[in-house]
Ligand binder design. Structure first.
Ligand code: ADP
Ligand code: MG
Length: 591
């Protein structure tokens, strides 16, 4: 299907859009390095600041909700990719007015990891941070295990996020302290559930194809906001059948107590007309009235979108008097409906209208320039080839294979993996990397590129992985001129694997990069233990990693965004595992 968007270049898409946003408003400032938005008007000293952020493509969330009475700032990532930890740390410190910062975080591994790392960094600078996680999407609920822990990454965060941002923002504005603002946010998040349906998939800027195929006459139920497939495909149905189906799943998941009142959000996903959204709300209102439920407040519009996806979500939130008061409080945030209902007409009135006569950056931030790996003492690695040549060859290969990686992540995840890799690796000067003066510097340059220029799950995890390899190389350089050996690699790789496991919680068999790393690390340790030659050790690690990566095709994902689409990703190799396997393959080649 031919598809067109307004773009200059897919690369500068987010940065170009932010330029327009800032130019059209008077209370927004963009800080391109490292990439975050704040209000121009400073927060009253002593007030709590509410900060959010996430991948772009969900506009007007989050930037549109920056303003008096809502967010103090937001960190946009690239399209469908979480911002990185350095962006969030800088934004956190910038918006803090002395009373601390509440992070409103949608539940996606990449967002959770990067916000967690950033909170630690900000605390080191004396800023108090609280974290409110939004996890409202019923379709992604995989239940809990024996210990009560969510299976997989837990429910996705979707349109309930704007309700959390509203209530936290109003609570902060009236002078509540940090813990109280966060507690209110958690109360809203805990009492909110959503369910979405797509009539048409979205298309990423510059992509040739939509994010999944949806045959004419079919709809996809249980979709998320990143263009991933849903949980169920059905024949198209009428709105008065579809709305009860979605609403009942939301109500089952809540479920509201008899005297609970509800806030309802009917949210367009990007390409659905306001008239259709009104129609959906009419059906929802009637259906809830039938079930004896009282809608205290409603907003209808496109707030949390998935690029140009046609479809809608329904969010219901249990509320009490305090939440309603904060919901009703004034805000200047441009995307908040400036006349939200103060109350909703009671049962039956929605159906009473007679028909009218006549029938029916990191956002564009290239300013830091190429990370240089050339200065410093010349310590040539002696273990196997040059670390710089190895990393340079690997990075070049990953950049060349971007389209294939993007295709894999589109089939099994959300399609941002390839661009995320390139966002990091393109900032490296590959020639400088190839002739890097020390292994530690080479690893550090790659780690910095990931932590400072990529977002998403992979940005955080690859950044931490290379940081641990740099640590292993640094320990060696300090103890003598021996360079980097396979024993150092085994040590660094074990430490990197431990760090990735601690951060992301994935185990072998979850269909992630761990499936390549775990066998590779074990092969390295075994080879080093047997005192095999470096070439032998590296080639057995490369084989083990490649087999591990291939094995991911046969697995259903339990972690990362691929887990949301379950069985549909079977047969697709995990792109993170593949890129890790290439790293060991290039190491063997360099030996
Ligand atoms: P997302 O779109 O989910 O933010 P990316 O597209 O940046 O993530 O990265 C996806 C890759 O991250 C996957 O291919 C997988 O290898 C890896 N991954 C996802 N979740 C985890 C986890 N919990 N632990 C380790 N690796 C993970
Ligand atoms: Mg992805």
């Amino acid at each position: 299907m031919a598809h067109s968007q307004f773009v200059n270049s897919p690369r500068s898409f987010v940065a170009d859009a932010i330029r327009g946003l800032v130019a059209a408003t008077d209370d927004l400032a963009w800080h391109p390095d490292p990439g975050y938005l704040t209000r121009r008007a400073p927060l009253t000293p002593g007030r709590v600041a509410v900060l959010s952020g996430g991948g772009s493509g969900h506009e007007p969330m989050h930037a549109g909700f920056i303003g008096r009475g809502m967010l103090a700032g937001a960190c946009p990532g690239l399209v469908f990719t979480s911002p990185n930890a350095l962006q969030i740390d800088a934004a956190t410190r910038a918006v803090d007015a002395g009373a601390g910062v509440v992070h409103v975080v949608k539940n996606y591994t990449g967002d959770v990891l990067n916000f967690r790392i950033a909170a630690d960094l900000a605390r080191e600078h004396g800023v108090a941070v609280e974290h409110v996680l939004v996890a409202d999407d019923v379709a992604s609920d995989k239940g809990t295990d024996e210990s009560g822990e969510a299976v997989g990454p837990g429910m996705r965060g979707t349109a309930a996020t704007i309700a959390v941002e509203k209530v936290c923002g109003a609570s902060a504005a009236r002078g509540d302290e940090l813990a109280a603002v966060a507690a209110l946010g958690r109360r809203v998040a805990d009492g909110a559930r959503s369910m979405a349906v797509a009539l048409r998939p979205c298309t990423l800027p510059g992509a040739e194809e939509p994010s999944f195929d949806l045959p004419e006459g079919q709809i996809e139920i249980g979709i998320g906001i990143h263009g991933e497939r849903g949980t169920e495909r059905r024949d198209a149905m009428r709105a008065h059948e579809l709305v009860p189906l979605l609403a009942d799943r939301v109500l089952d998941a809540l479920p509201p107590a008899d005297d609970d009142r509800l806030i309802a959000i009917v949210n367009g996903l990007g390409a659905t007309h306001p008239l259709e959204l009104q129609l959906l709300y009419g059906e929802l209102h009637e259906h809830l009235a039938h079930r004896g439920l009282v809608v205290a407040r409603a907003i209808v519009g496109s707030f949390t979108t998935a690029l140009d996806m046609a479809g809608a979500s329904i969010t219901l939130i249990r509320c009490d008097d305090e939440i309603l008061e904060l919901w009703d409080a004034d805000t200047d945030a441009p995307a908040w409906p400036n006349a939200p209902s103060r109350r909703v007409h009671t049962a039956g009135s929605a159906g009473a209208a007679a028909p009218p006569s006549g029938g029916g950056a990191a956002p564009g931030d290239e300013s830091a320039g190429g990370a240089s790996a050339t200065d410093g003492p010349d310590v040539r690695p002696t273990g196997f080839g040059a670390v710089g040549e190895w990393l340079g060859a690997w990075a070049g290969r990953v950049i060349d294979e971007e389209p294939a990686l993007t295709r894999l992540d589109r089939q099994a995840g959300d399609g941002d993996f390839g661009t995320n890799m390139v966002a990091a690796l393109d900032t490296l000067d590959l020639d400088a990397l190839r002739t890097a003066s020390s292994p530690e510097r080479a690893f550090t340059a790659v780690s910095d590129a990931y932590l400072g220029h990529a977002g998403g799950t992979s940005g955080a995890l690859f950044g931490v992985w290379f940081r641990r390899l740099a640590g292993a190389a640094g320990a060696t350089a300090g103890s003598g001129p021996a360079g980097f050996t396979v024993a150092d690699l085994a040590r660094g790789a074990r430490s990197g694997l431990d760090a990735i496991t601690a951060l992301g919680g994935a185990q072998p068999g979850d269909k992630t990069m761990i499936d390549a790393l775990d066998p590779a690390v074990r092969a390295l340790e075994e080879g080093v233990g047997n005192a095999s030659s470096p070439a032998t050790v590296l080639s057995s690690a490369a084989d083990a990693a490649a087999r591990g990566a291939e094995s991911t095709a046969g697995i259903t994902a339990r972690r990362g965004r691929a887990s949301y689409i379950g069985e549909a990703a079977r047969g697709v190799i995990d792109p993170g595992a593949l890129v890790m396997a290439w790293l060991f393959e290039e190491a063997a080649r360099a030996a």
